[in-house]
Design a protein around this ligand. Structure first.
Ligand code: F6R
Length: 369
């Protein structure tokens, strides 16, 4: 049942190319346009949406943070991400033109289910992105877009996260396509690129031996920091969460731009810091800005573990380790950059002799408040 792997988590990390491919499968026609009849929501109604609020918890909320950048970029509809347990006890601004998207692997997370109910009571249209057929949250929602990651057994989420991001991209591109303007063309290009991602994840999984070694020699580490910008920011948060959950190590993810506003005070000689570097073609010169961030922390003694695209030579002078990921367009990078961080957490947990699939104090679905 573990498919020859030692743990479910390792198997599920290796299932990720399929999780992404299967979540894309059957959702486009021959011309490359998205077809989401499965939603059973009239197109006019979706076209009228003027605001999106994403509700989720934990890893699913980080998928939502990635989605915010992507959906806003492609559809030009404002997107807000709310932790479900915060959303359900606040006075959110919601109308019948608000689309509330819940993201949940299990479909049973109590806080997320209650957030969906709150949104429906307030008159919003609700779509559930979910991995579990027939579960509570899809039943409570107006429509569902299933992720096809297959059952996720390990408590820590991996393949469901990639599938959630993929489903969010599909939804964002669909909203863009419905608007029918110039964005529709780029939607087709992005989808074509997305179809190439599973093979890239496969290739990446084959070259993470060095990450395993790095993790193995860090079993005594007390604290690890993660930095990213734009879509790399939620990836940093997710890398930190995986490490807390699996290896019980203090870990924190930051937006790299925040460094000077406080976190840089944490940097002392030897402090390990993962940095997720956007591709050199990322708009707003973000690549150069992150390279400067690496330079700044390195100058203060940080041990820099840099995740960068193939061919990005600018990072080399400031990196103690360079972990290479295949190239893809800026918005799609999280599907690749998070993978080394998952493997790192898995290996560090194993090196400490911990139970990777059943970390202490955690349950796979949180059906209580
Ligand atoms: C982290 C993890 C949790 C879940 C969260 C939401 O590895 O598994 O943070 O992502 O509890 O669970 P679902 O997606 O089932 O609603």
């Amino acid at each position: 049942e573990k498919g020859g792997y030692d743990t479910f988590m390792e198997k599920e990390i290796h299932d990720q190319p399929h999780a992404v491919a299967d979540t894309l499968l059957g959702r486009t026609d021959e011309s490359g346009r998205l077809v989401l009849d499965e939603l059973r929501i009239p197109e006019e109604k979706l076209r009228d949406i003027d605001r999106v609020t994403i509700v989720a918890c934990g890893t699913a909320a980080y998928a939502g943070m990635v989605a915010k950048y992507a959906i806003e970029h492609w559809s030009r509809i404002p997107v807000e991400v709310a932790l479900a347990h915060e959303f359900r006890y606040c006075d959110p601004i919601v109308s019948e033109r608000t689309l509330v998207v819940s993201i949940s692997q299990s479909g049973e997370t109590m806080d997320t289910a209650m957030a969906v109910k709150h949104a429906r009571d307030l008159g919003a249209l609700t779509i559930s992105i979910c991995n579990t057929h027939g579960s509570t949250i899809p039943r409570e929602s107006d429509a569902v877009l299933y992720t096809h990651a297959g059952p996720e057994i390990a408590v820590a989420s991996t393949k469901a996260f990639l599938a959630q991001i993929t489903a969010c991209y599909v939804l964002g591109l669909y909203l863009a396509q419905l608007k029918g303007d110039t964005y529709a063309d780029s939607a087709r290009d992005v989808l074509a690129e997305l179809q190439e991602v599973p093979a890239k994840i496969e290739e990446l999984l084959g070259r993470l031996g060095r990450v395993r070694e790095i993790a193995y020699f860090m079993a005594d580490t007390r604290s690890v920091l993660f930095l990213g910008r734009q879509v790399g920011f939620p990836v940093a948060m997710e890398g930190a969460l995986k490490l807390k959950e699996l290896a019980y190590i203090h870990a924190e993810g930051f937006a790299a731009g925040e460094l000077k506003h406080g976190p840089i005070a944490l940097i002392e000689p030897g402090q390990p810091v993962f940095v997720i570097v956007p591709g050199p073609d990322t708009p707003y010169g973000l690549h150069g800005k992150v390279v400067s961030n690496i330079q700044e922390i390195r100058a203060r003694g940080a041990r820099t573990l840099v995740i960068a695209q193939d061919g990005d030579e600018a990072v080399v002078p400031f990196a103690d380790e360079v972990i290479r990921v295949p190239r893809t367009s800026p918005m799609l990078q999280p599907l690749l950059t998070v993978v080394p961080l998952q493997v790192f957490a898995l290996e560090l947990s194993t090196a400490k002799g911990l139970d990777v699939d059943q970390p202490r104090n955690l349950a796979k679905s949180v059906t209580v408040e």
